[in-house]
Design a protein around this ligand. Sequence first.
Ligand SMILES: [Zn+2]
Ligand SMILES: [Zn+2]
Length: 177
Amino acid sequence: MLRGRTAEELVAAAALNRSALKRFAAAIDAADQHIKVEIAAYASSIGIDVPHEAHTWPAKRILRLAMGRQGKARKRRNPIMRDDAFRCIHCGADVAAGGRTVRDHCPHCLRSVHVDVVPGDRSAGCNGVMHPVGLSRSHGDDTIQYRCARCVAAHQVIVHPDDDPAALRAVVNLPPI
Ligand SMILES: [Zn+2]
Ligand SMILES: [Zn+2]
């Protein structure tokens, strides 16, 4: 059951439930100690403080240590494409979904709401208005730079084909928030 699995996969499999933890721990204890060394290295690579002698521990203990940050290690880094109709929190416009190009801000006033850490994950827990603070180009796309009115978040998004040209021009002359 250990063959071919990376340390990360082993830790994830053992973290499923108590019986999985027990079974994997028993298999690891019965196997070569290098598996524990690998799990210790993996735990350390995701920011866990791993004692020097950890690879000599019973497998259950070192698995538990490595599982401590599983949630963090699993935090998504890839964006989720979401394209929903919404009413703009800033100007009140009813905005349709973007269609071929995902809509992540109001095409009239360009504002959006701070809801994502990674695009689409809805995990920011802020809900502040994101104000446009500048325009630039990134990887060949025109982008709008945003700053959140409620917290320190800042990000940039690609200009949508429907964005109001006058609103885009105005961004250049906006006073800093
Ligand atoms: Zn708006
Ligand atoms: Zn915010």
